[in-house]
Ligand binder design. Structure first.
Ligand code: NAD
Length: 251
C-alpha cells in the first residue's frame, strides 16, 4: 500500500487499459479519480468498487479539462490514457476524425499536464504516465492520425521529463502492443474494409502478426508497470518509453 495518501487521476479509466491501471493503483492504496464515458450504473459500480471520485469531462473540450482539474484538486499521479483510433487511407481520412484523434490522444494530455504540474512541483513529487503505443515507435498503414498522435506524445513526454528532471516529478510513456480492449475490437470492421480481409484474418494476420509472442497484452500487465513507475525506486526513470508489446518493436 505504498501509494496511500497519493491522489491518482487516470483519464479514460471507465474501460480497458485505464481501468486496469486505476485498479492497480487503487490496490496500492492510491485515491483514484476515474474519467471517461460509459453506462451510468457501470460507472457507479466502479466508483463503489474503488471508493473513487469520478469526472465525466469530455477531454476533447479544453474548457471541460480545466473545470475537471479545478474540481479534482491535488493530483500526484497523472495517467494520460484516454485515446481513440480511426482507420482509413490518408486520402479518405475524414478531417474531423484527424482533429479528434489528435485532440484526445495528444492535446488533452498537454492540458491535463500543464494544469497538474504546478502542484506536483510545489509538493516535490509527481508521476506522469502517458499511455502511448507501439505506434509511438513504429507505424502501420491507415492509422495516420493515431501514429502521428502517439509519436507526438512520446516527444512531449521526453520534453516534460527534461523540464521536470530536478523537481521530483517523472514523466514516462508506456507503449503497449495490441491489448484486447473495446478500442481494438472497434477497429476490426474498418480494418476488414480497408484491407479486404475477414475478421479472423484481421486478428491473426494483421494484429497478432505484429507480436512475436502471438498473444494479446493483458491490461493488468500494464497496470503492474504503472505501479512500478510510481515507486520511489523508479525516481530516476524518466523520459523513457516502456514497450510492453510482446516483442513487436524489437523486430
Ligand atoms: P478503450 O476504448 O477501452 O478505453 C478508452 C477510454 O477513453 C474509455 O474510458 C473512454 O470512455 C475514454 N474516452 C474516450 N473518449 C473520451 C473523451 N472524449 N473524453 C474522455 N474520455 C474519453 O481503449 P483502450 O484500448 O483501453 O485504450 C487506452 C489507451 O491505450 C489509448 O490511449 C490507446 O491509444 C492506448 N493503446 C491501446 C492499445 C490496445 O491494443 N488496446 C494498444 C496501444 C495503446
Amino acid at each position: 500500500m505504498f501509494l496511500k495518501g497519493k491522489r491518482a487521476l487516470i483519464t479514460g479509466s471507465t474501460s480497458g487499459i485505464g481501468l486496469a491501471v486505476a485498479r492497480a493503483l487503487h490496490a496500492e492504496g492510491a485515491d483514484v479519480i476515474l474519467n471517461g464515458f460509459g453506462d451510468e450504473a457501470e460507472i457507479a459500480a466502479l466508483r463503489e468498487e474503488m471508493g473513487a471520485d469520478y469526472s465525466g469531462a469530455n477531454l476533447l473540450d479544453s474548457g471541460a479539462i480545466e473545470a475537471m482539474m479545478a474540481e479534482v484538486g491535488t493530483v500526484d499521479i497523472l495517467v494520460n490514457n484516454a485515446g481513440m483510433q480511426h482507420v482509413a487511407p490518408v486520402d479518405e481520412f475524414p478531417p474531423e476524425k484527424w482533429e479528434q484523434v489528435i485532440g484526445l490522444n495528444l492535446t488533452a494530455p498537454f492540458h491535463t499536464t500543464r494544469l497538474a504540474v504546478p502542484g506536483m512541483k510545489e509538493r516535490g513529487w509527481g508521476r506522469i504516465i502517458n499511455t502511448a503505443s507501439a505506434h509511438s515507435l513504429t507505424a502501420s498503414p491507415f492509422k495516420s492520425a493515431y501514429n502521428a498522435s502517439k509519436h507526438g506524445i512520446a516527444g512531449f513526454t521526453k520534453t516534460i521529463a527534461l523540464e521536470l528532471a530536478q523537481t521530483g516529478v517523472t514523466a514516462n510513456c508506456i507503449s503497449p502492443g495490441y491489448v484486447w480492449t473495446p478500442l481494438i475490437e472497434g477497429q476490426i470492421p474498418d480494418t476488414m474494409k480497408a484491407r479486404g480481409l475477414t475478421r479472423d484474418e484481421v486478428i491473426n494476420d494483421v494484429l497478432l502478426a505484429k507480436q512475436p509472442t502471438k498473444k494479446f497484452v493483458q491490461p493488468a500487465e500494464i497496470g503492474a508497470l504503472a505501479v512500478f513507475l510510481c515507486r520511489e525506486e523508479a525516481g530516476n526513470v524518466t523520459g523513457a518509453n516502456w514497450s510492453i508489446d510482446g516483442g513487436w518493436t524489437a523486430e
